[in-house]
Design a protein around this ligand. Structure first.
Ligand code: THU
Length: 167
């Protein structure tokens, strides 16, 4: 008989009062970043903050384009921006926030393409990156690692070894 494989993901459901000071700063930075979203087409402002190992925060926002597919999500502008400018930095936390152009914050989750990129940078630094996402009714979801969002994800480990570049 076929054996089922059951995966479980632990997600903590929190309020702001439960966050550590560093997490609260990351959470607030993601929210503040939504002010700098460029979203003239969707009017959906997304912000991301990356907490770095020296305590600094690196932000990203969604950047849209008249040629729609040329735009990019907040998660990827943050991760690509950091990797392009400070690749030696270790990421120790990440938060995402979203709101309509004029309106209150809403729950959001990362798209599939962002999940793939998030898993890549976590894999690259060989260390889990905890993630805060806004859940329903003002709750905060805390994931222990970015790759929790992408079960069965494809990583460098799935490539033939001789083709995996040195990082
Ligand atoms: N978006 C993000 O930036 N991150 C997400 O997690 C979901 C979607 C952006 C892409 C686009 O600019 C807008 O939100 C509407 O899809």
């Amino acid at each position: 008989m076929a054996q089922p494989l059951r995966l479980t993901i632990d997600v903590e459901v929190l309020t702001e009062a439960d966050l550590t000071p560093a997490e609260a700063a990351t959470w607030q930075a993601a929210r503040a970043a939504t002010d700098h979203a460029y979203a003239p087409y969707s009017h959906f402002h997304v912000g991301t903050a990356l907490l770095l190992d020296d305590g600094t925060l690196f932000r990203g926002t969604n950047q849209e384009n008249a040629a729609f597919p040329s735009g990019l999500c907040a998660e990827r502008t943050a991760l690509f921006g950091l990797a392009a400018t400070q690749p030696e930095r270790r990421i120790v936390g990440m938060a995402v926030a979203a709101r309509p152009a004029s309106g209150d914050f809403v729950s959001v989750t990362s798209c599939g393409a962002c999940r793939q990129v998030m898993a890549e940078y976590e894999h690259r630094q060989h260390q889990p990156i905890p993630l805060l996402l806004p859940g329903p009714n003002g709750s905060i979801y805390r994931f222990g690692r970015l790759s929790d969002l992408l079960p069965f994800g494809f990583t460098a480990d799935d490539l033939p070894k001789q083709r995996v570049p040195e990082v």
